[in-house]
Write a new protein. Structure first.
Length: 494
């Protein structure tokens, strides 16, 4: 199997859970939105994001540190076993230790964030769900780093499928309202964590090493300030919307984030294929791998933004299918958020750069500046434009923070970026987003809107050819994967 075919095969293996995980919730969303109001979505979103913030603080970044040290210990079975079991032991210990305080403080948290103590149980269940989710993601990322794509795919599909099915049953059949969303996520996370824990324990029996925990904490604790980023993206805008507008506005933003987030999941799935390539070039080739990393980053960016651009161009149609008219305010919000997601391709690689040079703490000043900027923009825009203002604040913050991240990361490990391809890609995305918002605001004819959409798609295809991404070799390899043939044209297994 050629290198190109193997790379495309890995992309498909990692994309399979992403596609299924995205399609199932999308199929369920038109049903759920008929049973839940924007206010219900707002309550669930605030409860989950609030507790995710707490869990992120408690984890001390050891799960992220373990992903970095995996590449150092992967060839030493004893140290690798100690890394996995020591990390999961610490996470379980700290999460269980804080269960009681969270239970007793849940009423206070609910009243402070959601405006009423009646949501206290939603806070408590969301906390346990957040703990299990962190540990599930820890195991799944280990599978990704081990390049065990089939295990990664199987558990990701099962996790997300169970979440969707349970949420549908609890919301539609049992009428649990917003708690149906929270219970569905909680039950699926607990189930998958239990299975993964048993499997990893059998493969890597418990072996605690104090120095590994200390190394993890030394690397992870400087990452705690990055939790402020979680506040910016997951919590603060929702809290401000609930305080300055309504919980229903939070629901509108949440629906837009939910739909746009599917593309971020797709981007993360692509990262699962490309991140090991980035890291191997950095660790094995050092500065000599900078051009190779840049080339792979261009391919990663083009493939990621391809789906983002399609979603931007047809975002209105998607929203009209997914939800009733009470949610249509989320259309422009989703387009703006998708524009911001396109920039996150840089966020997917700067983490590898900072991990390579062991200077993750350099992200601290950026997160502080990002927090201040986001607060200021939200305060200025939310009172007038509500959810749209929150989306604009997110876009501006993402642009500023990713720009700073790149400047700092490039000083540690300078990637040779292919600017002649990347710049036109992002220009096309931004132009498409804001021209479509303008055309919607002036109620332009469908002919004008769709003519522009076709033009944007053609322009993106031309960029792919110019970047030597849409080539005959790659298209042929893609065809072989889809039709289950070998490169000589014969059926696999024949």
């Amino acid at each position: 199997m050629s290198t190109t075919e193997n790379k495309i095969k890995n992309i498909f293996i990692y994309l399979t859970p992403s596609i299924i995980s995205s399609v199932l919730p999308l199929l369920a969303l038109p049903i759920i939105t008929r049973f839940l109001t924007p206010l219900d979505f707002g309550v669930a979103a605030l409860a989950i994001s609030t507790t995710a913030l707490i869990v992120s603080f408690l984890s001390c970044g050891v799960d992220a540190a373990a992903q970095r040290y995996y590449f150092e210990y992967r060839n030493n079975p004893d140290d690798l076993r100690a890394l996995i079991s020591t990390t999961i032991f610490f996470l379980i210990f700290i999460f269980v230790l804080i269960v009681s305080p969270i239970y007793w403080l849940s009423g206070f948290i609910a009243k402070t964030v959601l405006g009423s103590e009646q949501y206290r149980f939603a806070i408590f269940v969301s906390y346990i769900n957040g703990c299990c989710t962190v540990m599930v993601n820890f195991y799944l990322l280990l599978y990704r780093n081990m390049e065990k794509a089939k295990y990664f795919s199987a558990f990701t599909i099962t996790h997300n499928s169970a979440n969707t099915v349970l949420t549908l049953i609890l919301v539609v059949w049992f009428g649990y309202g917003y708690m149906g969303i929270i219970y569905g996520s909680f039950l699926s996370s607990v189930l998958i964590f239990a299975v993964l824990f048993v499997m990893f324990y059998k493969a890597y029996p418990f072996h605690f090493k104090k120095h590994i925990l200390i190394d993890n904490l030394k690397y992870g604790i400087p990452l705690i300030p990055n939790v402020f980023t979680s506040v910016v993206y997951q919590f603060f805008d929702k809290y401000m919307l609930s305080s300055m507008a309504s919980l229903a506005s939070v629901g509108v933003l949440s629906i837009a984030q939910n739909l746009s987030g599917k593309l971020f999941v797709f981007m993360t799935a692509l990262q699962s294929t490309f991140d090991p390539l980035f890291m191997k070039d950095m660790f094995d080739r050092g500065e000599e791998g900078a051009a190779s990393v840049g080339r792979n980053f261009t391919i990663f960016t083009y493939l990621s933004i391809m789906t983002v651009l399609v979603a931007i161009l047809f975002g209105e149609e998607i929203m009209r299918i997914m939800a009733p008219p009470s949610y249509y305010e989320a259309i422009d919000v989703m387009l703006i958020l998708l524009c911001g997601i396109s920039i996150q391709t840089f966020g997917k690689i700067v983490g590898s750069q900072l991990a390579y040079i062991k200077k993750a703490y350099l992200s601290f000043p950026i997160t502080v500046v990002g927090l201040l900027v986001n607060v200021g923009i939200n305060l200025a825009l939310i009172p007038r434009w509500q959810a749209v203002g929150a989306a604009m604040a997110t876009l501006m913050t993402i642009m500023m923070m990713n720009g700073l991240y790149v400047l700092i990361a490039q000083r540690g490990y300078k990637i040779v970026y292919e600017h002649h391809i990347l710049v036109p890609i992002y220009v096309l995305v931004f132009i498409s987003t804001f021209i479509l918002i303008y055309l919607r605001s002036v109620e332009a004819s469908y002919f004008i809107q769709y003519s522009f959409k076709v033009f944007a798609l053609i322009a993106y295809g031309v960029l792919g050819v110019k970047a030597e991404i849409l080539t005959r070799e790659k298209m042929n390899a893609l065809f072989q994967i889809i039709t289950f043939r070998n490169m000589d044209g014969k059926w696999r297994g024949a």
